[in-house]
Design a binder for this molecule. Sequence first.
Ligand code: FAD
Ligand code: MLT
Ligand code: ZN
Length: 491
Amino acid sequence: SRSSTALASLNRPTEIDVQELLKLLNNRPNGVLVAEDGVSEDLTRYNHDWTNQYKGNSRVVVRPQSTAEVSRILKYCNSRMIGVVPQGGNTALTGGSVPLDCEVVLSLEKMSDIHSLDPTTGILTCDAGCILQNLLDFAAAKDHLVPVDLGAKGTCQIGGNISTNAGGSFYFRYGSLHANVVGLEVVLANGDILDMGCTTANLKDNTGYDMKHLFIGAEGTLGIVTRAALLCPRLPPSRCTTLLACDSFDNVLNVLEIAKKSLGEILAAFEFIDGPAMNLVCQTQSKPLPLPASQDCPYYVLVESHGSCAEHDQAKMDKFLNILYEEDYVVDGVVAASLEQMNAMWYLRESCNPSCVSSGYVYKYDVSLPIPEFPRFVEELKEALNDRTFCSLDYFNWGHVIDGNLHCNVVCRGNFETNSSLRERIDRYVFEGVEKRGGSISAEHGLGQQKRKYMAKLHGSETLSKMYDIKRLFDPNRILNPGKYLPEDCR
Ligand code: FAD
Ligand code: MLT
Ligand code: ZN
């Protein structure tokens, strides 16, 4: 069935379409994967998201190997009015990367060449399908880092990161992808290829509208990112990581304040994990609690510095820690003494999401709030759901506290199926809680299928109408990622 009105004007791919698409890819074996009744490919992994909450029914996956092939595929699908879902690593958390029904999935997984890293400027040029971890490794071997880093790095692709404007753990230090993408190559729905500073890749270029920004965070609704040029800073010669336990959120705020003051320009990351989330991670990953003296501590904080002089940075870190202990802002803490210990600390942080998803059905929220409001926001949500008429609920919270970005997760154990009235209740309290605090209902995970319904409440009609104009300009037939991002009932 046409599960969304977004699909009503689009055609399902037929057997003839499959043959045509195959020809466009020079009949390359595995260029087009097809699931026909009783036959061939298992396309399951392209048809559900990482949380297993969003499911599609695509029976055709195309896997181009070049920009020219992406262009031919889109031109064909546009002429036939066939919906196309761009897919990277399929790790998005709001359902943007999976089809609603039987749209064609265009996977970038076969476009993963890293082209160059200019040692003078630090500009790295690569295909959109590069897995983030591979880019991090490539850049590290050349003494650079990639300015985005997140727990899904082993699977997510740079094209997906750019299309979601992913934030991650070092956003505070290195800035957003809007700041670090210096060039982008994009294919539009009609097959036109736009080279927006990707080939020339200048650090500064003020010639004309800087259109690449429209595609950063557009979740594949305006075009398909095929290549990118990224500004990569040098690897910091000195890195220091510490894990701290606090007995109150006020003390998390105190630690943050002291970190900003005493670590200053070397402060690179400031993340928090609440006590229930840390306990869950340790149980799920079979690890001991990292700070034994902090049993039942309500908050943990992971702080990292990136600097260029180990002696100088160590002195700053010592000063920072001394103040925390003198002022009783922390209950316990440990400083990583080796790269292995540093990685172990980050492993705890990056295991929050997988541990949570494996523990039950997760209602996942990703909000921006004034930082001091984090605990009250969670308490209000708990109070609102206190009657527990549905199932027993657990709350796990963590996030990029320095960016005002709270990841708030309500887990329903026992009943692994989604409960729509519970979701509606949580949605309502989250939306109202965010709205009254002047925050954002999507700090970094995007809109996808989950949050598009809010667009009409979030933006004035004038702004929304311009967004529709932009969509019409780049994708007039609305074949790209239909049913995501923009709601269809307010054209
Ligand atoms: P996909 O999931 O495949 O796609 C995401 C969206 O982009 C979809 O709408 C898709 O259609 C579109 N898209 C993908 N590739 C292209 C392309 N080449 N051209 C056009 N459109 C495209 N997110 C954060 O922001 N910060 C985090 O710290 C973070 N941590 C995470 C940790 C874990 C364990 C997991 C599972 C997810 C995390 N995420 C985080 C969410 C997710 O990883 C990011 O949104 C990531 O950027 C998605 O990349 P992807 O390649 O998997 O994209
Ligand atoms: C994170 O920071 O861990 C991610 O954004 C994923 C999540 O919140 O679940
Ligand atoms: Zn995050």
